[in-house]
Design a protein around this ligand. Structure first.
Ligand code: ZN
Length: 258
């Protein structure tokens, strides 16, 4: 089973199209939230994800877009962009965003936006936070986003190992528990401006569609993770953002990937 895992698309339809073209035929598309916010095309991105039947979870921006008090925690630029987003989204987009669950399990893999213990808000940036979240996994693999940086945190003899996409293009998972982040499609922050995502090639696991139980085989074991980057027309997205009077800092960061 070949799955394209996308996170933090942030209303960037041009980047989403580049990623889908780069991924080619896949069995499923999973998204890890923050479908909207920051970018210029929230309705277009949601329409496209609905069209391809993407399954996923809610991010803090998605919650804010449908009226959630999450907006109170946004910095001034994010807040301005979210206020604009709220005026743009149509009923179909609103309904689809509102129905996104905070977490879901597909093929034995947990999907969340921030972290397994705090699905909307936690940034997994430190070994301590990775450790705490690995320890509370129901299965052996969780997919998460939110930091906009592509990495894998996994169990190691002496604590936690951090595997950076910057250092390796692919990893074969074993039976150690892992937290896997595809980076951001629509607003990368790892210093590389191209759209980031990953392909997960999973061997079939009998019974893994149901809930994961202690003692089950590690769902991720044998899976190959390939982090990929797709170039897209950044300038076109920046122009659309300027036309919408979105904050200059948000326009600028797309070309920096930071
Ligand atoms: Zn985000």
């Amino acid at each position: 089973m070949r799955i394209a895992v996308l996170s933090d698309i942030h209303a960037n339809l041009v980047a989403l199209e580049a990623v889908l073209a780069d991924a080619g035929p896949v069995d499923a598309v999973w998204h890890l939230g923050d479908v909207v916010g920051y970018g210029p095309d929230p309705n277009g991105v949601v329409r496209r994800l609905r069209e391809i039947g993407a399954l996923g979870v809610r991010g803090n921006h998605d919650a804010a877009a449908v009226g959630g008090s999450e907006i109170d925690w946004f910095n001034p630029d994010a807040r301005r962009a979210m206020e604009w987003t709220r005026t743009q989204i149509d009923d179909d987009t609103r309904r689809w965003l509102a129905e996104l669950p905070e977490r879901r399990t597909d093929a034995g893999v947990e999907l969340v936006h921030g972290s397994p213990r705090q699905p909307l808000w936690e940034y997994v940036l430190s070994p301590g936070s990775a450790r705490a979240n690995l320890d509370r996994l129901a299965g052996s693999l969780a997919l998460h986003g939110h930091t906009h940086v592509p990495v894998l945190w996994r169990d190691a003899d002496d604590g936690v190992e951090l595997v950076r996409a910057a250092d390796t293009s692919h990893v074969v998972l074993d039976d150690r528990r892992g937290l896997l982040n595809p980076g951001s499609v629509g607003q990368p922050r790892d210093g590389i401006p191209t759209a980031s995502y990953l392909l997960l090639d999973m061997p079939p696991v009998p019974g893994a569609d149901a809930a994961v139980h202690a003692g089950d085989p590690a769902v991720g074991a044998g899976a190959t993770v390939t982090w990929r980057r797709a170039a897209y027309d950044i300038r076109a997205v920046q122009e659309a953002m300027k036309a919408a009077h979105l904050p200059t800092f948000l326009v600028r960061r797309l070309e920096l990937g930071a």
